[in-house]
Design a protein around this ligand. Structure first.
Ligand SMILES: [Zn+2]
Ligand SMILES: [Zn+2]
Length: 150
């Protein structure tokens, strides 16, 4: 039986569900974009295939911007409360759901930490998690580590 994880924005106007069995990995990203985006020390990205994320209620606003590498990014957020729900590339098959918007976050275990050289000085990265000074070249290790834990 497929496990389903419900989530939504802060005000509740937008609701979604995720097919949890199709989650690729969960990462914390300490880059400046994620700090700005979350208004916090790091972003939490739950990587899932686009079709594993189903919008159940409400509609999303989109902000398009270029990443440092020049690719077009589409940030999806609630038009009412402004809460960011997910990011996706223009044509990418994977999207990055903001994991803190899930209704239940207790079971989440990040498999890795990205951009640790931008991390706030007080942040302690668990030794058990994969960590990268910048962006990893491949996702395989992160995907494997996530499924080992899950
Ligand atoms: Zn909202
Ligand atoms: Zn980031």
């Amino acid at each position: 039986m497929a496990r389903t994880w419900p989530g939504g924005c802060q005000c509740g106007q937008v609701r979604y569900r995720i097919d949890a069995d199709r989650v690729k990995t969960l990462c914390c990203c300490h880059c400046r974009d994620c700090q700005k985006q979350s208004g916090s020390a790091f972003g939490m990205s739950l990587i899932v295939p686009r079709e594993a994320l189903v919008l159940e209620r409400g509609s999303l606003s989109v902000w398009e911007h270029r990443s440092a590498r020049g690719s077009l990014k589409r940030a999806h957020f609630c038009p009412r409360c402004g809460g960011r729900l997910y990011d996706g590339g223009e044509a990418s098959v994977l999207v990055s759901v903001k994991a803190g918007t899930l209704d239940d976050t207790a079971a989440l275990r990040p498999a890795g930490h990205l951009w640790t050289r931008r991390a706030q000085a007080w942040v302690q990265i668990p030794a058990s998690a994969l960590h990268y000074e910048g962006e990893p070249e491949r996702d395989d290790d992160l995907n494997e580590a996530y499924h080992r834990e899950a």
